[in-house]
Design a binder for this molecule. Structure first.
Ligand SMILES: [Zn+2]
Length: 349
């Protein structure tokens, strides 16, 4: 059954204000061929509806579940009447939505809104998108605030040099844009990388682009090794920005979208969360030719099969990173809970 999709934020808020409707909508998107048990390793379609609750019982494994189980919404006390408008806001606003704005809009605390946004970013993460081909622009950029007194630094030979890349305390981000083809607009990928050395960037190029494709870059030496298996053309930005088809304007345009989002909306992004913010902007960029409703549905489809817990999210904090066991233990607990047969009513709906 194809659910009717709201067209505007106003329609979405009104439509999803009713929890029953919001649940029904997500059920139709998540299980177009009928409800199936989402528990790890089960997937049975032999389920019965639990009376007076938006939940089911699996006849195979005996577990109870709601439509939230096995999605980024799992175990959240927030109702879909808030989750779905939140996702709408995030997918519709080209510069994203801050946790302060979202908190005010939904009547939840900023902290809750922050966590909601991180879960939603996970839903927007592109997974298994086809490898790039044809004409691809590749480029690197540096994101983050400047450290004080790091405008110049002295290198090993005692020469003063303008700080560049990781030396400035900025994060290095690598991105690739496949130019529009077959009626589809250009598609982007972006990721945080440790540095802009060839040994870092070249493997990323091989992972993400079909060999034999044409790659356009700037004059950075790291890209020269791509000459072997790709048609590689580069433009020296100290000379010109466009030379016929040789330009990196599309990826540069994406970098401006990312920087507008980071400076305008999110202001202070911790480096270890940067990948999540990139995922958010990559998602919006790749479906930018679609209407708000279609973008929202595409985001909602990504909610399935992904979960993130507060412990895992915050465990990337440097202090916690020293105790990597914490996230692993949280994950193991979750797994164990999933694999233990439950009888009676689960409280993890
Ligand atoms: Zn089951």
């Amino acid at each position: 059954m194809e659910a009717a999709v709201p067209r505007t934020l106003k329609e979405a808020v009104t439509y999803f204000a009713d929890d029953e409707t919001a649940n029904g909508f997500f059920v139709a998107i998540r299980w177009p061929n009928g409800v199936a048990c989402p528990r790890y390793g089960c997937g049975s379609a032999n389920v019965v509806t639990i009376k007076n609750r938006n939940a089911w019982r699996c006849r195979e494994c005996g577990r109870h579940f709601s439509v939230k189980v096995g999605t980024v919404f799992e175990a959240s006390p927030i109702g879909l009447d808030k989750w779905l408008p939140a996702l709408w806001l995030l997918t519709a606003n080209r510069n994203g939505v801050s946790s302060y704005e979202l908190g005010r809009a939904l009547g939840v605390t900023q902290k809750t809104a922050w966590f909601m946004l991180h879960r939603l970013r996970l839903a927007l993460k592109e997974d298994g998108a086809p490898i790039l081909s044809g004409e691809v622009e590749a480029d690197e950029t540096f994101i983050g605030g400047k450290k004080k007194g790091q405008g110049l630094f002295t290198n090993a030979l005692g020469m003063k040099k303008l700080a560049h890349g990781p030396a400035t305390g900025k994060a290095t981000v690598f991105g690739m844009v496949q130019r529009g083809k077959d009626g589809k607009p250009s598609q982007v990928r972006a990721m945080v990388v440790p540095n802009h050395k060839a040994s870092t960037l070249i493997p990323k190029i091989y992972e993400n682009i079909v060999p034999g494709s044409t790659i356009y870059t700037d004059a950075l030496r790291s890209y020269r090794q791509a000459d072997r298996d790709f048609v590689h053309e580069f433009i020296d930005h100290s000379v010109a920005y466009v030379n016929g088809r040789i330009t990196t304007n599309r990826i540069e345009n994406f970098w401006s979208c990312v920087k507008r989002m980071l400076h305008g909306t999110y202001i202070a992004v911790r480096p270890f969360h940067l990948d999540a913010y990139l995922d958010e902007q990559v998602f919006r960029f790749n479906v930018r030719d679609q209407k708000d409703g279609a973008r929202f549905v595409a985001g909602l489809k990504g909610a399935d099969g992904r979960r993130v817990t507060y412990a895992v999210l915050t465990s990337s904090h440097p202090l916690w990173r020293l105790r990597p066991g914490r996230a692993a233990r949280a994950e193991a607990r979750r797994r164990k809970l999933d694999e233990t047969p439950i009888s009676g009513v689960s409280d993890r709906l």
